[in-house]
Design a protein around this ligand. Structure first.
Ligand SMILES: C[S@@+](CC[C@H](N)C(=O)[O-])C[C@H]1O[C@@H](n2cnc3c(N)ncnc32)[C@H](O)[C@@H]1O
Length: 314
């Protein structure tokens, strides 16, 4: 497959922000906002795992969900953490917020209107971070993840992530992939279906660092995993990605977002015995042309959840 596409994960995450902005479930985020604001003058310790380029930080401030707190943005990829710091400083500048670097490397962001955040960018693997904290690990008031929990083995790993939350603490887990990847218009219906099924199979069979790491139906399975890990669900709802062209154009950097997804599918299946390289090459090339012509419609089904870690029975 001749291909001039340049994979940049930070650019992909930045291009994803406008897609996530449209997709995040409004009922779930409204519940998150009202639960978080229930105590005035609070300076919560907030941890986001797999925070990427930090898009959730500016989103939550811009959407008046978070105003104060110590926000730990943790990600294992150094180029994401570098980009996150840069993005947040640029965003604070454009909003007219004051920023101040602290000795520990964190940034304080303040505004006349009452924004008061200490943002700490943490470069670490979440499971190493958990191990290194030992007994002190359950000290966050709020725990966030966006497009992250579908990358782990929730049956064995969600409990240690929930362990980071104080009893009674609030979680907001969003953009959890759930079993539908749609590209329209159809090319060859049998091949379209097969590629979707095989792509989902790569998620179910993915191994990272020797461990199972993924679930193509993570969104629906998360409901029971939360209950099994002592969490309530206060609100849940779908947060499907929908990228549709308008007059043959995609918005913002969303043509790049689509190419990144498409090339990721192509890479994931290039050694799959159940699709030939001719079939895959033809399919990817057709989809590339649909993006170039502003014809491709893309949708992925996802779910959002908000709730609390319950206090252990006394
Ligand atoms: C799909 S991206 C989502 C990023 C961001 N939350 C967003 O929605 O834009 C998943 C992120 O999780 C990070 N990640 C994956 N495994 C991780 C781990 N074990 N510990 C910390 N971060 C991890 C990746 O580096 C990546 O930035």
């Amino acid at each position: 497959m001749a291909n001039d596409f340049v994979f940049s994960f930070p650019r992909y995450l930045s291009s994803k922000k406008t897609v996530d902005d449209r997709s995040l479930n409004r009922g779930v985020i409204d519940t998150f906002r009202s639960e978080l604001n229930c105590v005035n003058g609070w300076f919560p310790r907030i941890l986001e795992v797999g925070s990427g380029v930090g898009s959730m930080i500016d989103r939550l401030v811009d959407w008046d969900v978070i105003r104060t707190g110590h926000y730990f943005a943790l990600d294992s990829m150094d180029e994401n953490v570098i980009e996150a710091r840069k993005r947040i400083l640029e965003w604070a500048f454009t909003r007219g917020f004051q920023t101040e670097p602290n000795r520990d490397g964190s940034i304080s962001v303040r505004s006349q209107g009452g924004i008061d955040l200490r943002i700490e960018f943490v470069l670490d693997d979440v499971f190493r971070f958990i191990d290194s904290r030992g007994e002190a690990s359950d000290q966050f008031d709020v725990l966030l993840s966006n497009a992250f929990l579908d990358l782990i083995d929730m049956r064995t790993q969600l409990s240690s992530i929930i362990g980071l939350l104080k009893p009674g603490g609030l979680y907001y887990f969003t953009i959890n992939f759930d079993g539908a990847t749609v590209f329209e218009p159809e090319t060859d219906p049998e091949l379209d279906d097969r590629i979707e099924r095989l792509y989902h199979r790569t998620m179910d069979e993915r191994i990272t660092n020797g461990l199972k790491s993924g679930d193509s139906r993570a969104g629906r399975h998360l409901f029971n995993h939360l209950g099994d890990n002592g969490c309530s669900v206060l609100e849940a709802g779908s947060s499907d990605w929908v990228v549709a062209p308008s007059n043959g154009q995609y918005r913002y950097d969303e043509a790049y977002f689509l190419r990144f997804i498409l090339e990721t599918v192509g890479e994931a299946l290039k050694n799959d015995p159940d699709v030939t390289s001719t079939e895959l090459g033809r399919w990817v090339q057709t989809r590339r042309q649909q993006i170039d012509r502003g014809e491709l419609f893309y949708m992925a089904h996802q779910l959002d959840y908000v709730g609390r870690k319950l206090h252990p029975p006394s």
